[in-house]
Write a protein that binds this ligand. Structure first.
Ligand SMILES: Nc1ncnc2c1ncn2[C@@H]1O[C@H](COP(=O)(O)OP(=O)(O)O)[C@@H](O)[C@H]1O
Ligand SMILES: [Mg+2]
Length: 279
């Protein structure tokens, strides 16, 4: 146990209730087992293991360069697209190893969607932004209904319902990010990965994205990378803290229910980070 010296001074927002019973009883939807990632000869992430409970928000936090994005990209095989990147260990999604030979990475990315730091709508209409990926993935239902449902779920419908034919790039940054979330939802994933989804947005848009995440958690499982500890404290159920070891490899220090991690960190390094003494 870390000694309780200074409080978590940098975390002004109250943490969410830990919901310990629901949280610990929820089955894991993603299990990361002894994940090691190399970029060429560089060992970027070493021996990372944690579970992601279903219908929860897990925040990955830690100093820059400690491997948060690398870990996130391993979960839906986005690292396959980076030359020289080698992923070892297991990522179990519904108990299936996503790297198994019989598994199609395109199917993994459909079921485990991703939202990036910089909003990146297609240079197409708002409507086509929603429909394009869905159609590629075989959607043959009612297009109007899918557009409305996805935009409603992403809390964007009221703002765009009268301009569905306008270019997605004409929206504000915060709206573009919600459009990207709507586009991801339209493909019907059950896990959504978000890599610093609000870091390019103003504070009001950031809060909207955070509110949206809490709505989406009822139906989806969300894993978010954030460099903002207050954000992790505000939105997540579980927080996973990463740091660099003496060999400059990204390692997991502690994975705990968020309320616990920010009030009673189990590791001195977590405490140093959340109290602002390091990082
Ligand atoms: N495509 C890449 N090629 C080579 N090295 C990379 C690449 N992406 C990330 N790295 C390195 O891997 C380490 C972890 O990076 P990253 O996962 O982006 O960290 P974080 O998201 O925590 O800031 C860093 O040292 C970074 O420079
Ligand atoms: Mg990153």
């Amino acid at each position: 146990m870390a000694t309780q010296t200074a409080g978590p001074v940098h975390v002004a927002a109250p943490t969410r209730s830990a919901r310990p019973t629901e949280f610990t009883q929820s089955e894991p939807i993603v299990q990361v087992r002894d994940l090691n990632v190399h970029y060429g000869a560089f060992h970027a992430v070493a021996g990372v293991s944690f579970d992601v409970p279903k219908n929860s928000i897990t925040a990955l936090i830690g100093p820059s360069g400690c491997g948060k994005s690398t870990v996130l990209r391993s979960i839906n095989r986005m690292n396959d697209l980076i030359p020289n990147c080698r992923v070892d260990g297991q990522i179990l999604y519904h108990q299936v190893d996503v790297n198994a030979r019989k598994v199609d990475p395109v199917e993994v990315r459909r079921r485990v969607g991703m939202v990036f730091q910089k909003p990146n709508p297609f240079p197409k209409s708002i409507r086509d932004n929603i429909l394009w990926g869905a159609k590629i993935n075989g959607f043959k239902g009612n297009a109007d209904e899918l557009v409305e449902r996805s935009l409603r779920q992403a809390a964007l419908w009221d703002e765009v319902k009268d301009k569905l034919k306008e270019n997605g790039l004409a929206l504000s940054g915060g709206q573009q990010q919600r459009l990207c979330i709507a586009r991801t939802i339209a493909i019907n994933p059950d896990v959504i990965l978000m890599d610093e989804p609000a870091s390019a947005l103003d504070p009001i848009s950031t809060l909207k994205i955070e509110d949206l995440m809490r709505e989406l958690e009822r139906q989806y499982t969300i894993i978010i990378v954030t460099h903002n500890m207050q954000q992790a404290a505000r939105v997540s159920d579980q927080t996973v803290f990463f740091s660099l070891n003496e060999k400059r490899q990204g390692v997991l220090i502690e994975a705990s229910p968020t309320a616990e991690l920010f009030t009673h960190p189990r590791d001195q390094r977590t405490e140093d980070y959340i109290t602002g003494r390091f990082g």
